[in-house]
Design a protein around this ligand. Sequence first.
Ligand code: XUL
Ligand code: CO
Length: 437
Amino acid sequence: MAEAFPGIKRIAYEGPKSKNPLAFKHYNPDEVVEGKKMRDHMRFSVVYWHTFRNPLSDPFGVGTAIRPWDDGGNSVENARRRVRVAFEFMEKLGAPFYAFHDRDVAPEGATLAESHRNLDAVVGVLKEEQRRTGIGLLWGTACLFAHPRYAHGAATSCNADVFAYAAAQVKKAIEVTHELGGDGYVFWGGREGYSTLLNTDMRRELDHLARFLHMAVDYRKKIGFRGQFYIEPKPKEPTKHQYDSDAAACLNFLREHGLMGHLKLNIETNHATLAGHTMQHELETAIAAGALGSIDANTGDTLIGWDTDQFPTDVYLTTQVMLSILNMGGLTTGGVNFDAKVRRESFEPVDLFHAHIGGMDAFARGLKIAAAIRADGRLAEFVKGRYRSWDTGVGKEVESGSASFESLEEYVMAKGEIAANESGRQEFLENLINEFI
Ligand code: XUL
Ligand code: CO
């Protein structure tokens, strides 16, 4: 097969002074930061859906993407050819991982059996290309939102037959993820939510969703799939309210239904901001529960209120993300997965390279800056010092559980009014961060 990206060689690290748009200025995979290679810190992953299946259409117009290798048809042959192109791209980019939905890689058939067969026919090529290149599957997932059968949701559909169909589809998607040695499997609740509560039995739908996830956990054990399960929060779009609206809602759901420990969270920046939170807030919420697994790296647009899935280029953002990840002790099964798409106006194949190189460089800078902030130590020291009243005396008694309302009343009666609070020093800390950016 002829090269799909002729003239583009393996993207090399050329350093910050390079003016070559097809080179990394900051991402140097073998460079060691805090005792670990950059490639292992980030575990970059390319998404199949946006990078190889998105025609770049929008609600006002058809796709603009120029993809000479793709005949635009829905044949298995086209799907198999596309795999070769995807791996050429990822190999040239130097991305160690990728992620897919079942229906991104292979066409849906007229029956479930035909869809399974189509998937198997493409998985064979994926396997071959993984072996040839050493590129691994970060996670697999099932598309439970595109087909009309999922109009009312999948696991939360009012129609039990749809629930069954979704279960059968996910069963197969977990099997192929396992077959491809995937490090994880994602549950993003596509249409698991509602458009109006007038027609919705919320209690019942949530119970069904929990039952679905328990079945997935049981099946994963049964077939010996050891990859990590993730749930991906998103507040709205396509439905008005998605049940997995944010990290806190997901954690509450997992706890309520006995699923904590079975699933971690896959946090996406644009979903965080749609939920009215910062990415850092969502990460810290997940980390506090010991449940941050992976991230979908992208960004929204402050002036557009939907999931624009843009490539991350804001170094302040990537610094915050990497600071949280380093403080947590790093990613293990998870990675920095570019759930991002080029703009409709960026329709040439080379734009796919520019986009990913930019995202990888932005994260490499974020990593280096976060490591420098940690080495400096002033930020962590400030936060630790701010809570020092909890390390001894009455604070320690509260934290250890030995204090009560009575003991605290006695303490305050003897002590009198609070002597002094200290400044939170927000501006001082903001300036401190900027010293490193
Ligand atoms: C949708 C989204 C999904 C998930 C995987 O907004 O983020 O692509 O990441 O289903
Ligand atoms: Co995502």
